[in-house]
Design a protein around this ligand. Structure first.
Ligand SMILES: *Cc1c(COP(=O)(O)O)cnc(C)c1O
Length: 380
């Protein structure tokens, strides 16, 4: 049996989430935009209940929530939608600012905007993966329209100083977008208090279904729709609402909130046990700031071994990865931003613990790495 420790790539759908979704595929299949019959109204009510749950979890009004197909789409809607809205209202500002360690689903839409007249500044991070707020302050100017910084990194788990970033943006009237796909349901997060105007999240990163997510839009913030059609979601995202997935997202948020603190504490304990076990093998170092990090993340580099060999050996017993699931093949741009070489990045292991992870899984992981490292060091 493979031990799954890749919960940053995706999480299993919770049993309670599956149960909540079940009636909405076939029994109650109506289109929530069909307002002329009861079945449609019932589907609409289910969507609104899920919207309310998600909004409440983030201390936002329900109208702030725009359902999307996931965090990738939410990021695209936030970034391109904000830029387009600025053009439409004649806002002369064009500058975009982000971090080198952002997810591709932020970097790529921003690069697209840069090719279309919105100059992009990509800030480096410190050796521990955190932004130096002074650097951000220096990068902001009268032309800056938007800052996009993630809440929690999907490879090294570091938690960026959102409150400081939000305050810097707010003081200058600059929009602040935050990709919180790895944070919602895992760490406390209240966009308004943090000065976040636009927040992206994803169902399958918090034990919900794949193919659903949301963009949470702060009061008075306008994003131009990137999907045109039937006018759903107040004209902000057209397309028939995915009722079962939306219900699943609502249930996942509720379940995640209910056990978040206990889960975080338990997984942080297991994570430290994993690190203690790995550290004792020697020649293994930890990536990212260990003090400001998701409780269920551990990212390490094994020195002096070939990354491809390491992962080939680990594959026999563990489901882990060397970096993001979304940048298959290429070396991690996140580890590169921390100053790791290509070879070091390849010989890195990202562990993502999850709700079902046990002490036994941790023992298996330590043993698997120990055996792999011993085998490679013997051969060397
Ligand atoms: C997974 C992830 C995404 C993409 O989310 P999807 O819902 O799969 O599109 C974006 N950003 C971060 C930080 C992620 O971890």
């Amino acid at each position: 049996m493979l031990t799954y420790l890749d919960h940053h790539a995706t999480t299993p759908c919770d049993a309670a989430v599956l149960a909540a979704m079940a009636p909405w595929w076939r029994e109650h299949f109506a289109n929530p935009s069909s307002r002329q019959h009861r079945a449609g109204l019932e589907a609409a009510a289910a969507v609104e209940q899920a919207r309310g749950r998600l909004a409440a979890a983030l201390a936002m009004p329900p109208a702030a929530v725009v359902f999307t197909s996931g965090a990738t789409e939410a990021n695209n809607l936030a970034l391109k939608g904000l830029a387009e809205a600025a053009l439409e209202r004649g806002d002369p500002r064009r500058g975009l600012v982000t971090l080198a360690t952002e997810h591709r689903a932020v970097l790529d839409p921003l690069a697209w905007l840069a090719r279309h007249g919105f100059p992009l500044t990509v800030l480096p991070v410190q050796a521990d993966g955190l932004l130096d707020p002074g650097r951000l302050d220096d990068a902001l100017g009268p032309d800056t329209l938007l800052v996009s910084v993630m809440a929690a990194n999907n490879e090294i788990g570091v938690l960026q100083p959102l409150e400081t970033i939000g305050a810097l943006c707010r003081a200058r009237g600059i929009h602040f977008h935050c990709d919180a796909a790895q944070a919602v349901g895992h760490v406390p997060l209240e966009p308004t208090g943090l000065g976040i105007d636009l927040l992206s999240l994803s169902g399958h990163k918090l034990y919900g279904p794949k193919g659903i997510g949301a963009l949470v839009v702060g009061e008075g913030v306008r994003v131009a729709p990137q999907m045109h059609g039937g006018g759903q979601e107040d004209g902000r995202r057209a397309g028939t609402l995915a009722v079962p997935l939306i219900v699943g997202l609502g249930a996942a948020v509720q379940t995640a909130l209910a056990d978040r603190e206990g889960r975080a504490e338990r997984l942080a304990g297991l994570r430290e046990r994993l690190w203690d076990g790995l550290e004792s093998l020697g020649g293994i170092c930890r990536n990212g700031n260990a003090g400001r990090c998701l409780p269920h993340n551990l990212n390490v580099t094994v020195s002096g071994v070939d990354g491809a060999d390491l992962h080939r050996l680990l594959r026999r017993r563990l489901a882990v990865s060397s970096g993001s699931a979304c940048s298959q093949g290429s070396p991690s741009h996140v580890l590169a931003a921390l100053g790791r070489s290509r070879a070091e990045a390849a010989a890195s292991i990202r562990f993502g613990l999850g709700r079902d992870t046990t002490g036994e899984d941790i023992a298996t992981a330590v043993a698997a790495v120990a055996e792999a490292v011993a085998e490679m060091r013997r051969a060397a």
